[in-house]
Design a protein around this ligand. Structure first.
Ligand SMILES: [Cu+2]
Length: 150
């Protein structure tokens, strides 16, 4: 085999490996997503979504907002405890997703708050949400409704 042909072959192998690793490692991975049950008729007509977000890229990103047709209003909330009282506040600039880090949304911590539910969310239901990131990427994820993460 000539040196030129060997070089071309090596270049092809490098491209193939790069393409494979990109396919195997999606930049943002959503895991363990679930939502609490909620009633559209019964106040407060709210629910919350929890998930694990892996940012596998070498760039910081942010989750800006979530859209879903089960509610008119969804906000990214952070729970803080001061003087034994838990308070939720919206993260106006979105949720930080540092490069190569995993961010966990869980009960008592960060969550996606769904307010003014448009329909009931019962255990066993599934609904779709669209996540929008500061990078410009969007993802659609199916969310199962559960009593608790299991
Ligand atoms: Cu909240």
């Amino acid at each position: 085999m000539s040196k030129k042909r060997l070089f071309v072959l090596l270049v092809l192998v490098v491209f193939a490996v790069a393409a494979c690793s990109r396919a195997d490692d999606p930049p943002i991975v959503i895991k363990d997503v679930w939502a609490r049950p909620g009633s559209a008729q019964r106040p407060p007509a709210v629910s919350a979504i929890y998930m694990t977000i892996e940012n596998n890229t070498s760039s910081d990103d942010r989750l800006l907002r979530i859209e879903t047709d089960v509610t008119a209003i969804s906000e990214i909330h952070q729970t803080t405890i001061a003087d034994d009282i838990a308070r939720m506040r919206p993260l106006e600039d979105g949720l930080e997703l540092p490069a190569n880090e995993t961010v966990i949304l869980e009960p008592g911590g960060t969550h996606i708050m769904l307010m003014q539910l448009q329909r009931d969310l019962e255990v066993g239901d599934t609904f779709a949400i669209a996540l929008q990131f500061a990078s410009g990427a969007t993802m659609t994820v199916d969310v199962p409704v559960r009593e608790q993460n299991s």
